[in-house]
Design a protein around this ligand. Sequence first.
Ligand code: PNS
Length: 167
Amino acid sequence: MSKRIAVCPGSFDPVTLGHRDIIQRASKLFDKVIVLVSVNAMKNPSFTAVERVKLIEKVTADLDNVVIDINDGLLADYVKKVGACAIIKGLRAVSDFEYEFQMALANKILYDGAETVFLTTSAENMYLSSSVVKQIASFGGDITHFVPECILEDIKARLWKEPEEIK
Ligand code: PNS
C-alpha cells in the first residue's frame, strides 16, 4: 500500500510550541509528514529559510516520520509533486478560519488530489503565534512557555533585546 503523506506548510518564523503540537499530532495520523517552510510567505523574516529548517529539525528530532523541506513556489504544486494526500493546518480560533478556508478552497482548485485537514490547536496554545513570540522576545520578555526549550537559546540569540537596548 502506498504511504500516506501529509504536508504541513507554514512560515515557521520561528517554530513555536503550537507548531510542534500540530506536527506531532499529524505524525500520528499519517505515515510521513513533510514540514514545509515557505520562503515567499513573509517579506522580512527574522530567520532565513535554512535557519528555520534547522530549528524545526531540533524540535522534531524525536519524530521518526517527520522530514523538513523548503518551497519557494505554490503549495499545491509541491503537494502534487510529492504525492501527498493532505495539507495539515492548525486552527486556533474563529479568526483563523476565513483565511484558512479561502486557502483550502484555492489549493483544492489548484490541485484536487489532496484534502486540507484542520487540526484544532491545544487549549494552551490558543493565543500563540510566531509574531507573539517575536514581540515578547524583542521586549526582553519570557518566552519559555511559547517555544520548545531546545531552541530557546537560538531564538534569544537572534531576537532578544536587553532592557537597555529597548527605546
Ligand atoms: O504560517 P503561515 O504564514 O500562516 O503560512 C502560510 C502559507 C505558507 C501556508 C501560505 O502562505 C502558502 O501556502 N504559501 C505558499 C504559496 C501558495 O501556494 N500560495 C497560495 C495559497 S492559496
